[in-house]
Design a protein around this ligand. Structure first.
Ligand code: HEC
Ligand code: HEC
Ligand code: HEC
Ligand code: HEC
Ligand code: HEC
Ligand code: HEC
Length: 231
């Protein structure tokens, strides 16, 4: 009798600890019915981007209907076919941008690397050329990133917006600003990189250099870029 009771208690204890063990496994396990697909959704066109259901449902507490089916259908890749999943559309509050607006969640024009798996992929291929007020100043992303080992934040956290033309619009994109340590001058100060008051021709390729780059001799009509930009 006594032995039996001990056995029973043992069995209950065993069953209890087994129950606890399975229960804690269940708590750690990701439940797809409650939180949506466990595997991240990945898009690879035009760039590599991932989306995690876990971050949005389990961690941030969003319900399925905050995205389905008004913003996204439950079919991985379907949104790409609509052509509405672009950075420009997001900036207008569409797709991811309906929350990633700097209010509900971090803005879509910040923290590129949190959505994009390969940030280098976002680097503009072509050099940036400024033609105002003087023609022409040139900047190569490729050289600054690959040869000089700078990351995006070195320039895009406070020094330059990620939008060609922003510095010009600010109205103080001048040599004086560079000498004062702004814009290119944050590095081109004779210490981190060659001084802005030297080697003028490294940055200023001039009208001739510009025309050569555009494959135009500058005599017969406008360069392709100017024609395109409508100047
Ligand atoms: C923050 C937005 C968001 C929330 C919240 C969300 N989803 Fe999704 N879901 C997406 C996106 C984005 C896709 C991919 C759509 C595309 O590529 O067109 C997707 C795709 C899916 C798919 C298709 C997966 C596949 O491989 O084809 C299923 C199933 C799904 N979601 C279920 C859920 C369930 C269930 C919930 C709630 C528990 C949920 N989702 C909550 C954004 C969300
Ligand atoms: C909230 C997520 C998110 C953030 C943050 C984000 N992107 Fe995107 N981006 C996407 C998605 C989604 C796409 C479209 C799908 C794809 O390319 O696979 C995309 C596409 C792009 C494209 C392709 C063409 C276009 O304009 O749509 C470029 C270029 C791009 N992003 C640049 C950037 C840069 C630069 C940043 C940071 C300033 C950034 N993105 C931040 C999600 C994001
Ligand atoms: C319904 C609102 C909503 C939509 C739509 C939405 N997000 Fe989010 N997202 C959030 C919230 C809320 C957070 C957490 C707060 C934050 O990080 O700002 C978040 C966080 C994230 C994070 C940060 C993950 C981490 O590890 O910190 C990424 C990356 C992300 N979202 C990508 C996307 C992409 C890509 C899309 C579009 C396919 C998208 N989100 C659509 C609300 C949304
Ligand atoms: C050494 C400085 C520097 C570094 C490093 C740098 N950029 Fe830039 N980037 C610029 C400048 C300058 C502009 C033009 C800004 C302006 O005209 O106001 C620019 C513009 C851009 C633009 C806008 C292009 C367009 O057509 O509007 C994108 C996108 C961009 N950068 C992405 C990146 C990414 C991604 C990285 C990191 C992989 C990066 N940049 C690293 C200096 C830099
Ligand atoms: C975050 C730092 C940083 C910023 C900002 C920066 N540069 Fe540079 N730049 C460098 C470094 C480092 C080098 C290589 C060292 C050197 O040549 O002194 C370099 C080299 C160059 C070169 C020579 C490259 C070659 O291939 O000969 C040019 C031209 C140049 N930068 C133009 C610019 C212009 C124009 C701007 C502003 C639009 C700018 N840089 C902004 C760091 C920077
Ligand atoms: C590190 C790159 C860099 C170097 C080096 C540089 N410049 Fe500039 N310069 C710029 C940028 C960027 C602008 C503004 C954009 C534009 O005018 O197209 C500019 C604008 C100018 C302007 C018109 C605006 C103003 O400030 O009056 C003059 C004139 C000028 N530079 C002369 C020079 C001379 C002379 C040198 C050599 C002593 C020189 N620059 C060296 C990048 C550089």
């Amino acid at each position: 009798m006594m032995q039996n009771r001990i056995k029973t208690v043992g069995a209950i204890l065993l069953a209890g600890s087994f129950f606890l063990a399975t229960n804690s496994i269940a708590a750690e396990a990701y439940d797809e019915e409650t939180y949506g697909p466990e595997a991240p959704i990945a898009w690879d066109k035009p760039t590599k981007v991932t989306f995690s259901h876990k971050v949005h449902t389990m961690d941030s507490g969003l319900a399925c209907d905050s995205c389905h089916d008004e913003l996204f259908t439950m079919e991985s890749g379907a949104i790409l076919a609509t052509g509405t999943m672009t950075m420009a559309a997001m900036a207008e509050g569409k797709s991811c941008g309906s929350c990633h607006d700097g209010n509900t969640a971090f803005a879509s024009n910040t923290k590129c690397a949190s959505c994009h798996m390969d940030v280098k992929e976002l680097t503009p291929e072509d050099p940036i050329v400024w033609t105002k007020p003087v023609k022409a100043v040139i900047f190569y992303h490729k050289a600054h990133i690959e040869d000089f080992g700078l990351d995006c934040a070195a320039c895009h956290e406070g020094t330059f917006a990620m939008e060609t033309g922003s510095a010009i619009k600010a109205g103080d994109f001048t040599m004086q600003s560079l000498y004062d340590g702004k814009y290119c001058g944050t590095c081109h100060d004779g210490s981190t990189a060659f001084d802005s008051d030297t080697r003028c021709n490294s940055c200023h390729i001039g009208v001739k250099g510009y025309n050569r780059m555009m494959g135009n001799d500058g005599v017969h009509g406008k360069s392709p870029q100017e024609t395109k930009a409508g100047h």
